[in-house]
Design a protein around this ligand. Structure first.
Ligand code: NAP
Length: 201
């Protein structure tokens, strides 16, 4: 079986924490590649102000283009309505050979909300999950694994990523206050943010 990582997130904006996490997972699980998929309409963020998907997609492209194992997909931008992960994974399964195993990589905070996700049991049966944990999140991932019983024990994994101390929220707040964001995200992404006047309000 070949393994492909699906790096799902709002990426508002993408930063080195995301990039280091994706590379650490690829390395650890010996994945063929990692596909970054910016969520066009994150289901749990309806009514929340997020940056237009085209900007988040462009920043993700800029951030990942130097890594030959990374690619970016607009699969969720081409679909209307909420970006349910089950629809995304099913579309990927339909367009890849049957000897491919998919791993959805996301933050442990997001994984804690799994019981509320659309058709979650079905999703867990077709794709594994890797929860990137910040310090302090470890017991919560265990609780979620238990919640789903054998399925959870087998298909939800945890990877400690201290690099995730960086957060998109923190970057947005720094920009609003006029603080530097150097060395937290790629320079090309910073230039894009400045050129497009993002995160000023
Ligand atoms: P979020 O709630 O903004 O993020 C939760 C936490 O996880 C944040 O601390 C975030 O840090 C971190 N995080 C997000 N993506 C990450 C990644 N790929 N690797 C490491 N850490 C990450 O979550 P989100 O980004 O909006 O959503 C995560 C994914 O879950 C998206 O693909 C979304 O579509 C999917 N989702 C699906 C459903 C559903 O199908 N019903 C429901 C909820 C979420 P940063 O803020 O620094 O990124």
């Amino acid at each position: 079986m070949k393994k492909i990582g699906i790096m799902g997130g709002t990426f508002d904006p993408i930063h080195y924490g995301h990039l280091m996490t994706a590379e650490a997972v690829r390395d650890e699980y010996k994945m063929e590649r990692v596909i970054f998929i910016p969520a066009a309409n994150p289901p749990h963020k309806a009514g929340t102000m997020i940056t237009p998907a085209v900007h988040r997609f462009n920043m993700t492209l800029l951030a990942t283009c130097s890594n030959p194992y990374f690619e970016v997909s607009d699969i969720e931008m081409r679909r209307r309505g909420p970006s349910y992960t089950i629809d995304t994974v099913q579309e990927l399964i339909n367009t890849h050979s049957s000897n491919t195993e998919f791993y959805f990589i996301t933050g442990a905070d997001a994984v804690q909300e799994l019981p509320t996700w659309d058709r979650i049991e079905e999703l867990l049966s077709i794709c594994q999950f890797i929860a990137a944990t910040r310090q302090g999140c470890i017991p919560d991932v265990d609780a979620i694994k238990k919640h789903f019983g054998t399925l959870g024990e087998k298909r939800i994994h945890r990877l400690a990523t201290p690099e995730l101390e960086i957060s998109s929220t923190n970057i947005r707040n720094r920009l609003k206050k006029g603080y530097s964001i150097k060395y937290i995200l790629p320079e090309s992404v910073e230039q894009y943010i400045r050129k497009e006047h993002l995160y000023l309000t």
